[in-house]
Design a protein around this ligand. Structure first.
Ligand code: 13P
Ligand code: SF4
Length: 329
């Protein structure tokens, strides 16, 4: 269907016109649309690329479009700008933050680092550009284990800001690490009781969980990994029913890529509260994606000095996540 003409300041009210206008603006701006798995299904369906944090960082770095429209949270759009400064980086809502980023202000992080002279600061990508700039190596949940294994034994490792991901990495790598006490508000609150009840109700179901979940949830999981790893797991597993302990936005891709299988979202600790949905990720909507492409705002800008300082540990992440593991590790 042909899009109806819309006047400059109006947001189309019917879904079909809104989608057609987003696609038109995307073409006009020569924009590539990148989206995280936790976005609404309708945004994922419009995206040129949907991925986890590492895949999105790589996609942003190799993008040759004039504009990157980033449907995710602010630290992801910031990462895109750090890695691809030539591109104009737009984000539908600049207030789309992250509880992990909030838990780790750069001043407090700098004091914490200073208390461990000589330690290696390995920092989860879910942090501000300022904290990245103070770190040695950035990691994502899909790359952390491989990167930590490349750090020489005997080095003191600081890990911020997710203590659950950090504890899981201590268990999987056998390396001791000093952990920052941050948590993700979404993964932190998955209900152990509800998961046990679901397992009783669905005895054949297989549990897949993100390592941002507390250990009480992870001990019940058959598979633990990043969003992309969970997505691969449900496609490859012979099971037909899955209990999913991560943000339920990803279930859209599971249903698309593993049709005929059943995915049950593990609820939050207060039952049907919808608190397993990330309020930051869901700030992006088709309406503000439309206005952001129309107006070229909000636009992500970073002082060049800060960008260059944050680029160093991010580039280390990209290099170390692509490198072969040293023998014996
Ligand atoms: P990944 O997609 O890299 O697993 O990260 C999950 C997440 O919480 C992003 O904010
Ligand atoms: Fe941050 Fe958690 Fe939302 Fe991811 S799901 S953006 S870690 S608050």
């Amino acid at each position: 269907m042909v899009a109806l003409p819309v006047t400059a300041r109006e947001i189309p009210t019917d879904h079909e016109t809104l989608v057609a206008e987003i696609l038109r603006l995307k073409r006009e701006r020569n924009a590539v649309l990148l989206a995280h798995y936790y976005q609404d299904a309708e945004i994922q369906d419009l995206a040129d690329f949907v991925g986890d944090s590492l895949e999105l960082a790589r996609a942003a770095q190799r993008a040759r479009a004039k504009t990157i429209a980033f449907c995710g949270v602010r630290f992801m759009a910031e990462t895109a700008k750090i890695l691809n400064p030539e591109a104009e980086v737009l984000i539908p809502d600049l207030e789309a933050g992250c509880s992990l980023e909030e838990s780790c202000p750069p001043e407090a992080f700098a004091r914490w680092r200073a208390a461990y002279p000589g330690a290696v600061a390995v920092t989860y990508i879910n942090c501000s550009a300022a904290v990245k700039a103070l770190s040695d190596i950035i990691v994502t949940s899909s790359s952390a284990e491989k990167i930590i294994r490349q750090i020489p034994r005997g080095e003191t490792i600081l890990f911020a800001p997710d203590r659950h991901l950090g504890s899981w990495l201590v268990r999987t790598t056998g390396r001791s690490m000093v952990l920052w006490p941050g948590t993700c508000i979404v993964h932190e609150q998955f209900s152990h009781k509800a998961l046990v009840e679901l397992k009783v109700e669905h005895p054949e179901a297989v549990v897949a969980a993100h390592p941002e979940c507390p250990e009480t949830i992870l001990t019940l999981a058959d598979h633990i990994g990043s969003t992309s790893s969970i997505l691969r797991f449900v496609q490859e597993s012979p099971a037909s029913e899955f209990l999913i302990a991560t943000e339920p936005g990803i279930i859209h891709q599971m249903e698309r890529l593993a049709p005929g299988k059943r995915f049950i979202s593990v609820p939050g600790s207060s039952g049907e509260c919808g608190c397993n949905v990330c309020p930051h990720m869901r700030r992006n909507t088709l309406s503000n994606l439309y206005t952001c492409l129309r107006d070229g705002a909000p636009r992500l800008e970073l002082p060049e000095e800060l960008r260059l300082a944050a680029l160093r540990p991010l580039q280390r992440m990209l290099d170390m996540s692509a490198a072969p593991l040293p023998a014996g590790d």
